[in-house]
Design a protein around this ligand. Structure first.
Ligand SMILES: *[C@@H]1O[C@H](CO)[C@@H](O)[C@H](O)[C@H]1NC(C)=O
Ligand SMILES: *[C@@H]1O[C@H](CO)[C@@H](O)[C@H](O)[C@H]1NC(C)=O
Ligand SMILES: *[C@@H]1O[C@H](CO)[C@@H](O)[C@H](O)[C@H]1NC(C)=O
Ligand SMILES: *[C@@H]1O[C@H](CO)[C@@H](O)[C@H](O)[C@H]1NC(C)=O
Ligand SMILES: *[C@@H]1O[C@H](CO)[C@@H](O)[C@H](O)[C@H]1NC(C)=O
Length: 487
């Protein structure tokens, strides 16, 4: 009993040996290949003889699982059975099977059979889907969905991403199962436009695939935060540069330009525009509230407005917004206007003082402040505001050229020069405390004045003109010299 038991247990091993002996005359091969959904693969029928050397009447078959796809006989008589890849497959040289426009469901075992040969290829399909078809607006967050399908157990894929500048991106990847991976990226910037690469890897089965995909990010090339500074009554041009041409965005989109004086204030539409798929920009002026113009010549793909004589009230937020498929992106330019006034207005008389007020439309950057100073004056003649203050007053009793600066990051962003005239200098002979400096030049000029023998009236007129000529310091000295000479 024990013996027969042993004999029985040997039986399967003997059968197995027999089986192996038989198959040694047949050739079985297993191959592995990866294909991308939407792409094309070519599956080899390895080791097959060239067509011309195949024995007569030999038949070559391509099968998918048990489904016959193609049957080929010598003398190039091919036929294909209607099946799921009909119209998407072809036979190439050396009986290679090519399949294009791959689908996830094309995954499986493909077999090339001829004579006693059977070559199995396991086709693994990977599909990468980019949200919004790869067309994004600035600040949108793309999502990638990577799906794989195979007839063999699915590998746990490792995914690496490279952006359009070939920098490695470390995204957040969720995979609830091995079939689907969701990759969440960060907010896009316009400079992220270009070709990205998704690298997938697995050790077993060995998969190394680079999948490149296009990302287009429509938006503005302006910086995130833009402040434009202007003195009242000057000409200001505000520009928004669209990147549609640069990234070859071949779809229509629209947009508008709005202005509001401050956060929470009523918004006014200034113009709207449309950019056609061909890249043409058409603008329509919407409002006459504000004295603005659309400059005639400007760079391509640029939204631009010109404020010819900017009013203090026209400061605030100018926001350009674009719209594509009901999604929006915007950039705003904060226009900061500076104005200066004097109280009392008019020339400064002896012993009197005047209050100069410098004001900027807010809000200012956190480290910004205002500063008054007298041109060519001393430290004593300058005064700075506290940070955040949008108004700075100085009481002055010295005529001359005064400047108000808006200082941000130790940079003078904008300066307003204000000339304080002296009142009737020739009568009052004023300017106490002006620096005489004992200048020989001043003395000589004063003397010249007298020698030239100009009459009193004429000299008064001339002095007035000179005062207006902002050469106040020189004038002061001349006049002081004159005064001394007359004494
Ligand atoms: C995966 O491929 C099989 C055939 O191999 C198919 O039946 C199945 O539908 C495919 N899965 C997906 C998600 O397409
Ligand atoms: C795949 O591998 C990663 C990292 O090794 C792991 O965190 C994750 O849970 C795995 N996924 C599955 C479905 O096994
Ligand atoms: C994928 O891309 C990387 C980097 O560009 C390259 O080193 C690698 O050889 C590529 N792999 C394949 C399979 O093309
Ligand atoms: C500017 O604003 C002030 C106060 O808000 C208003 O009284 C004045 O009419 C405005 N001027 C213009 C030109 O809009
Ligand atoms: C300037 O002078 C006016 C009037 O004399 C006074 O009310 C005001 O407080 C002064 N301002 C400063 C900043 O000294």
């Amino acid at each position: 009993m024990e013996l027969s038991g042993t004999a029985l247990s040997c039986m399967p091993a003997a059968l197995l040996l027999l089986h192996l002996g038989l198959t040694s005359s047949m050739v079985h091969k297993n191959e592995f290949q990866t294909g991308l959904a939407g792409g094309e693969v070519t599956l080899n029928c390895p080791d097959i003889l060239p067509e011309s050397q195949l024995p007569r009447d030999s038949v070559v078959r391509w099968k998918y699982s048990d489904t016959l796809l193609w049957r080929m006989e010598n003398n190039q008589r091919y036929w294909r059975k209607p099946n799921f890849i009909s119209g998407r497959s072809d036979i190439k040289t050396q009986y290679k099977l090519s399949v294009r426009d791959l689908k996830l469901s094309d995954a499986g075992i493909y077999t090339c059979e001829y004579g006693t040969h059977k070559v199995h290829t396991s086709l693994h399909i990977v599909n990468l889907k980019i949200s919004l078809d790869g067309h994004f607006l600035q600040n949108e967050v793309p999502e990638l969905i990577l799906t794989q399908n195979s007839s063999s157990p699915l590998p746990n894929l490792s995914i690496t991403l490279f952006d359009s500048n070939n920098n490695r991106v470390t995204p957040e990847i969720q995979n609830k199962n091995l079939q689907e991976y969701i990759v969440n990226l960060k907010k896009l910037k316009t400079m992220d436009s270009g070709t990205w690469v998704c690298q997938i890897h697995s050790d077993s089965p060995l998969i190394n695939q680079n999948i490149s995909f296009a990302v287009k990010v429509l938006g503005f090339q302006n910086p995130d935060l833009e402040r434009k500074y202007a003195t009242v009554d000057s000409t200001v041009i505000l520009s928004w540069h669209l990147n549609s041409q640069k990234i070859k965005w071949k779809k229509d989109f629209t947009g508008q330009l709005n202005w509001k004086q401050q956060e929470g204030a009523e918004s006014h539409e200034l113009l709207d525009f449309i950019v056609t798929a061909e890249g043409q920009l058409h603008e329509t002026k919407k409002s006459n509230n504000l004295l603005f113009e659309i400059p005639e010549s400007k760079p391509e793909s640029t939204i631009e407005v010109k404020l010819p004589k900017v009013h203090f009230n026209h400061s605030g937020q100018y926001q350009c917004q674009l719209e594509y498929e009901r999604r929006h992106a915007q950039r705003k330019i904060e226009l900061v206007v500076m104005k200066v006034s004097a109280n009392p207005a008019g020339p400064l008389s002896r012993g009197a003082s005047v209050t100069l007020t410098c004001q900027v439309s807010g809000p200012l950057a956190p480290d910004a402040y205002l500063s008054w100073e007298r041109v060519d004056g001393t430290k004593m003649d300058s005064k700075s505001s506290k940070q955040h203050e949008v108004k700075l007053e100085v009481n002055i009793s010295t005529a001359g050229l005064w400047s108000c600066h808006l200082i941000e990051d130790s940079d003078k962003k904008i300066s307003f020069h204000y000339h304080v005239e002296e009142a009737s200098v020739w009568i009052n002979n004023v300017i106490i405390g002006a620096s005489i400096g004992g200048s020989l030049l001043a003395f000589a000029l004063g003397c010249l004045c007298i020698i030239s023998g100009v009459n009193w009236q004429r000299r008064r007129q001339r002095a007035k003109r000179m005062a207006q000529a902002r050469q106040h310091l020189l004038e002061n000295k001349t006049c002081q010299c004159q005064h001394r000479l007359r004494k």
